[in-house]
Design a protein around this ligand. Sequence first.
Ligand code: C5P
Length: 279
Amino acid sequence: MRDDGFHDLVTVYHAVSLLDQVRASAADDLTLTVAGEGEGELPVAEDNLAVKAARALANFAGVQPAARLELTRSIPVAGGLAGGSADAAATLVACDALWQTDLDRAALLMVAATLGSDVPFLLVGGTALGTGRGERVAPVLSEGTYHWVLALAVGGLATPRVYAEIDRRRAAAPLLGAGAPDELLASLRTADPVALGRLLVNDLEPAAVALHPVLRRTLAAGREHGAVGALVSGSGPTCAFLARSAEHAPRLAAALSADGVCRTVRVVEGPVSGARLVC
Ligand code: C5P
C-alpha cells in the first residue's frame, strides 16, 4: 500500500455498453434524483459521486454549482464496474455543457482524478492502460468488437474491503498487475477473443472470491458454458465472461441465467466510448 492508502497498479481498462444516464438541467441549487439500480439505496446528497463531481467542476471553473441532476442507472452499485465513476464522469461532461465552462480535456481529466481512481478512464473510454492508482490513462489500440456477458451478483463488495483483503493475503503488497501487460495489449490488436480470453487475469479476484465465495461457482459455470475468458470485474462481485462471438454471447447469458449462479445477466460489447453528450 502507498502512503496515501492507495495501491499502485497496472490495469487494462475496457469500456462496455452498460450505461447510466445523467440529465443536467438549469436550477437554482444542486439536486440529484436516482432511478433504476441503486434507487432508494444510493445517497442523493453530498456523498453521491455525481454531486461531488458537479461541485468539483463548479469549484474548478469558478461557477455556481446549480443544476438539477437526474440519474438513470443500469450499472449495479458496488459491483466492480466503476458505476459511481461513470456517473461522476458523465456529470462532469453534462455540467460542463450546461454551465458552458468549456474546459479542455486536460482540465476535465484533472478534475476527474480528484474524484476517484477510475473517473479519468470513464471520460476517455475505449480500451486504455491505467497506471498510478488507476488515474493515469493512456489509450491503447484495439481491433474489432468483443462480446461479453456480465453476471451481476446478489449484493455488492466495497472496494476498500477487497484491497484490505489483498493486503491481508500478501505479506508485502507488490504492484498489482504484472508490469506492462505486453501480451494482452498485443492480443487486443488481433480481434481474436480466444487469444484475448486466455490472457485475462485480475489480481483482485482471489480477494473478491474469498469475500463472496459464490463467485467461484459463477466463474466455473461461465467456463463450462464455453466462455473463452472469465474473470471478476474490478473489485467484484460482477463477473465478466468473454464470448466466442456475437452469437455465442446471448446463449452464454441464457445458460448462466438458467444455472442460477447470479442475480441477473447482461450482454454487452466493447470497446465503447467514454462519457459523452447525447443531446
Ligand atoms: O479511487 P476510488 O475512490 O475509486 O477508490 C476507492 C477505494 O479503493 C480507495 O479508498 C482505496 O481504499 C481503494 N483503492 C486502492 N488502490 C487503488 C484504487 C482504489 O487501494 N489503486
